[in-house]
Design a protein around this ligand. Structure first.
Ligand code: C2E
Ligand code: MG
Ligand code: MG
Length: 635
């Protein structure tokens, strides 16, 4: 039996396990108490073992236990210290707050984030996060509600007040600490995301706001317009979309520089803001185009009133960067819901209205209507087709003879442009030169006219026909192109036409704008040997002084005077005066639009012998001109 073993006196230190096994007997006195080393000496003594030995063993055990306890305690202290240091030195704010938002514990980073020198200072001075830390009141409640509903809250971004009065953006991650179902407090981290927010704001600013004026740009404007429409629809309200464009802004920008152009746009933005209520959306769509949304329009007359105020404000004198000047603008307006129920359509329609207003002139406005829509569409179609006209060879020239009435011979030919449109048919120049000018297409078209007319003149000469000058109409836009003189030179060289057989017809208005530039250009052209004529003379505002300086070769009396000479004394007097003036200035003179013998007789009586008009010949196709030239010189 196990009890036999217990009778030996040998120390049983190493056998304590089996001893305890041996103690697992059913004997009452050998049970549990014997397991403890501390009571073992007494047990041993009872069993007859030496007391000292057992006592020593017990003391050793106590010592061992004390060492172990000491070690465990030390580990605990170290762990606590490590967590405390981790909490205190964490680079991110850590906090604990009561369920109603009172801070209970904050670390150094949290205190620093909120502008406090220490955690103690923060805890002492901040009784409540909502009142003292969150920039917007009620933030704590909304944060707490979300924790209640969804548990841990990640990525809650909010603005906080800093002790120095500034604000910062922080990102909070907060979790609830519960007792049962009840949240007793919350714990979380707070990270300073102010820099990130600033760059996001900057990106947003760049994406949605115009850099020059600070106004919303086109994408933001479109969003706001969609919102305005969405809000107006259920409320049965009307919305007006106003587009305002400065006239000739490109010219101002090109001639006075970008700094000046930008300043002008800023001033305009400021004037528009002054006219309108602070809540109204004003945007810069690009270039010199601004857009405005007028919500809840009660009457069209209210819109008209605002439009007039805006046009007046923009047209008032500007004075900055050493310049005083005026600019004009034009406005196009479309209305929700009558002109469209969708932002894009309203924009398109306000644009169409603007286009039409521009045709009316400076400081004009136009509401959209189906009528102008049709007109503008036709015009846009013409523009598009004109772009293709050159490539498709739809343009051609006719030539109208000019007659020297003293001999009856053809003294010159005027090249006149025609457009054979595939659907519309023959289009006269007055119907498309304006479009060509406003789109800039006049530049390539004009070059084609010059080259074709010069080549044709040379061809007739090569065919042995009498050499006469060919006159080509030149638009102001062509003339203002840099290198115009070089272009003429090149064309003459390419076609082999002697410069004296090329005559350029310019208009008075063209010469009178930019006089200095024109003066030099005319000198250069004259130096080339080409002839220069002022077309439609009498309809513009030539100054006699300039006329003397410009040294053109001849004047063409406008047909509006010629038409009336037999019946209208004033026109007769003007025509006579022009003829005499030309003679006095040693200029040739030609009368255009001569249709009948009365006009011819009158002009001849005034010593004007060069005539162009239906009386002698309408503009003719190339092959007819050949016959005309041949017959004209056979006397
Ligand atoms: P313009 O240069 O004054 O040309 C004279 C216009 O008067 C021509 O009209 C001609 O056909 C017309 N005409 C000539 N004699 C008579 C007459 O006895 N009675 C009437 N009622 N009309 C007469 P067209 O060809 O229709 O040209 C109109 C205008 O278009 C031209 O006026 C010119 O300013 C412009 N144009 C024509 N071709 C060109 C071109 O190649 N380039 C540019 N820039 N303008 C051009
Ligand atoms: Mg002409
Ligand atoms: Mg003319």
């Amino acid at each position: 039996m196990h009890s036999l073993g217990t009778g030996t006196s040998a120390p049983r230190k190493a056998k304590s396990e089996s001893d305890s096994g041996a103690l697992k007997t059913n004997r009452k006195e050998d049970r549990a108490p014997a397991k403890s080393p501390l009571v073992r000496p007494f047990v041993e003594r009872r069993r007859g073992r030496p007391f000292e030995h057992a006592w020593h063993e017990a003391l050793e055990t106590v010592h061992r236990l004390l060492v172990r306890y000491e070690e465990a305690n030390q580990n605990l202290i170290e762990a606590a210290e490590s967590y405390r240091s981790f909490f205190e030195n964490a680079p991110i704010g850590i906090f604990r707050a009561s369920a109603d938002g009172a801070p209970l514990l904050v670390n150094g980073a949290m205190a620093k984030l909120c502008g406090y020198a220490s955690t103690e200072q923060m805890l002492a001075q901040v009784p409540h996060l909502d009142e003292h830390v969150f920039a917007e009141r009620g933030q704590w409640q909304s944060l707490f509600r979300r924790i209640q509903e969804n548990g841990t809250l990640y990525g809650f971004e909010t603005e906080v007040k800093i002790l120095d009065g500034t604000t910062k953006w922080v990102l909070l991650n907060v979790c609830p600490v519960r007792e049962g179902r009840k949240i007793v407090h919350v714990e979380g981290t707070a990270e300073d995301i102010t820099d990130r927010k600033k760059s996001e704001e900057r990106i947003r600013q760049l994406a949605y706001y115009d850099v020059v004026t600070g106004l919303p740009n086109r994408p933001l404007f479109e969003e706001r317009l969609a919102e305005a429409i969405a809000g107006a629809e259920p409320a049965n309200q009307r919305v007006a979309l106003l587009l305002l464009e400065l006239d000739r802004f490109k010219m101002i920008n090109d001639s006075l520089g970008k700094v000046f152009g930008d300043r002008l746009l800023q001033e305009i933005a400021q004037r528009i803001r002054t006219v309108l209520d602070g809540e109204i959306t004003i945007a810069r769509l690009g270039g010199a185009e601004f857009a405005i949304i007028l919500p809840d329009v009660k009457a069209i007359s209210d819109v008209q009133q605002v439009v007039r105020w805006l046009l007046t404000a923009v047209s008032a004198e500007f004075s900055f960067l050493g310049h005083s000047f005026n600019v004009s603008s034009t406005m196009g307006i479309s209305m929700f819901p009558e002109h469209g129920r969708d932002g894009h359509i309203l924009m398109e329609r306000a644009d169409v209205a603007m286009y039409s207003a521009k045709e009316k002139g400076a400081n004009e406005f136009q509401f959209f209507s189906e009528g102008i829509n049709h007109q503008i569409r036709e015009r846009l179609r013409l523009e598009n087709d004109l772009r293709l006209a050159l490539e498709r060879n739809e343009l051609f020239l006719v030539y109208q003879p000019q007659i020297d009435t003293r001999t009856g011979d053809v003294s010159g030919l005027e090249a006149l442009l025609r457009w054979q449109h595939p659907e519309i048919g023959l289009i006269p120049p007055n119907d498309f030169i304006g479009v060509a000018e406003s789109t800039g297409l006049i530049v390539p078209i004009g070059e084609w006219v010059l080259r074709t007319a010069c080549a044709q003149a040379r061809k007739w000469q090569d065919a042995g026909l009498p050499a006469v000058p060919v006159a080509v109409n030149v638009s102001a836009i062509q003339l203002r192109q840099p290198g115009f003189c070089e272009l003429i030179c090149r064309i003459l060289k390419e076609t082999g036409l002697n410069p004296k057989y090329l005559e350029l017809e310019l208009t008075e208005g063209l010469l009178m704008t930019n006089v200095d530039v024109m003066f030099t250009l005319i000198q250069d052209l004259r130096a080339l040997g080409v002839k220069l004529t002022i077309d439609d003379f009498g309809t513009g505002y030539s100054s006699l002084n300039y006329l003397r300086q410009f040294k053109v070769n001849r004047l063409k009396i406008d047909r509006s005077f010629v038409r009336e000479v037999p019946v209208n004394a004033d026109d007769a007097a003007i025509t006579t005066a022009i003829i005499n003036m030309a003679k006095a200035l040693n200029l040739d003179v030609l009368a255009e639009g001569v249709e009948n013998v009365e006009q011819l007789d009158f002009l001849r009586a005034q010593n004007c012998f060069e005539i162009q008009g239906y009386y002698f010949s309408k503009p003719m196709a190339v092959d007819q001109i050949e016959k005309k030239l041949q017959s004209s010189f056979v006397h």
